[in-house]
Design a protein around this ligand. Structure first.
Ligand SMILES: *Cc1c(COP(=O)(O)O)cnc(C)c1O
Length: 368
């Protein structure tokens, strides 16, 4: 089976994990965590990083740190991981949706302003599939309406916008280190910011709001969202490979475009460096088979793919709490129905990519 995504793990991760085990500091707040935070901050170009237990908890911590709370509204794209909506809801605020654009699957910046109300406090941009959102459209809106910018960089570690790393482009950012993200710690996340107050709050919130002066006097209700020292050790090993991973991801995307010239695959914007987290294909409307049928045929040929996720406005969990009543986001709906991901892990070799492409090119000859 050609897997849809496998992380690049070798003896470096083993060595770092064993080093951590030998040190006997396995829990959170350990030296490897602090080192991982410092190195991610340096790589991303921010002053502070706060490691967390997941990308979802990083988003929640980030929203809390910038002061989002009940009664507030946060604008998020309709097409994204449900963690974006959940994190907004968990801090007591309301997610408000905006459709995406097919060029890079990021939020449609032209449609944000019509959703801004007196309650809107932040815009959460998501660099979907590792393609940076056009931030130059976001900055004037944030300024005009006094909004904070939160970046969800879960799929975009290492991507650049106008020469700057994603994660350093807004007020605060969240990364995920889940197994299929650009780098992994198994489970894990990171909050990045250059604002010292936000970093202090993020760090308290993740760790039960232990007191600054008297450790055991807690001033607020926090969470245990700590990353363990072993996870951070694995993260440090992954960081050593980041340049190779980004290069390989970009080479895989290039090969797909060369091998499948007739298919709609995302291109890189000239002002950005995308990390092509997943190579997302949108089948043309006149294609004889549906995305679902194609996924089935590829599976029979030993090629694992993933159907695309559904928009937030159709999620029962969110509709059941009274959100997005009969709202419609056509671009999101079209992508969910007709799109799927091709195998995209950094460990895939050219021969495997070419095999996948050959199976896709042969689709028209297959009877389903
Ligand atoms: C993976 C992902 C998350 C959630 O990260 P977890 O580590 O799984 O909690 C959030 N947003 C986006 C865009 C993601 O891809």
């Amino acid at each position: 089976m050609i897997p849809v995504y496998e992380p690049f793990i070798d003896k470096t991760e083993k060595e770092m994990a064993f080093e951590c085990i030998d040190s006997k500091w396995l829990s959170g707040e350990g030296p490897h965590v602090k080192r991982f935070e410092r190195e991610v901050a340096r790589y991303t170009g921010v002053k502070h990083s706060v490691a967390t237990s997941s990308g979802t908890s990083a988003l929640e911590v980030a929203l809390h740190a910038i002061g989002i709370s009940s009664g507030d509204e946060v604008i998020i794209p309709a097409l994204t991981n449900i963690a974006c909506a959940i994190s907004v809801i968990r801090v007591g605020a309301k997610p408000v949706l905006v459709d995406v654009i097919p060029e890079n699957w990021g939020i449609n910046t032209k449609k944000i302003e019509e959703k801004i109300t007196s309650k809107t406090k932040a815009i959460m941009v998501v660099h979907l599939f590792g393609h940076p959102v056009k931030m130059d459209d976001i900055y004037p809106l944030a300024k005009k309406f006094n909004l904070k910018i939160v970046e969800d960089c879960a799929q975009a570690f290492g991507a650049l916008y106008k020469g700057k790393k994603v994660g350093s482009l807004g007020d605060i950012a969240a990364f995920s280190f889940y197994g299929n993200k650009i780098i992994t710690t198994g489970e894990g996340g990171m909050v990045c910011t250059s604002n010292t107050d936000y970093a202090t709050r993020a760090s308290s919130y993740r760790n039960l709001y232990f007191g600054q002066e008297d450790k055991f006097l807690h001033s607020k209700i926090g969470y245990n969202f700590r990353m363990s020292n072993i996870q951070a050790a694995i993260g440090l090993a992954q960081l050593k490979k980041i340049d190779w991973i980004v290069k390989r991801k970009r080479a895989i995307a290039r090969l797909y475009r060369e091998e499948l010239p007739g298919l709609s695959l995302n291109l890189e914007n000239s002002d950005s460096r995308s990390v092509f987290w997943m190579n997302f294909v949108l089948m043309p409307p006149d294609f004889p088979y549906s995305a679902k049928e194609i996924i089935g045929v590829l599976a029979k040929n030993g090629v694992e793919t993933r159907p695309f996720f559904q928009g937030l406005h159709v999620q029962p969990a969110l509709i059941n709490v009274g959100l997005f009543n009969k709202e419609s986001y056509p671009i999101t709906e079209h992508a969910s129905e007709n799109g799927f991901y091709l195998p995209s892990g950094p460990t895939l070799v050219d021969k495997e990519i070419k095999f996948v492409c050959e199976k896709i090119r042969n689709l028209e000859n297959i009877t389903i």
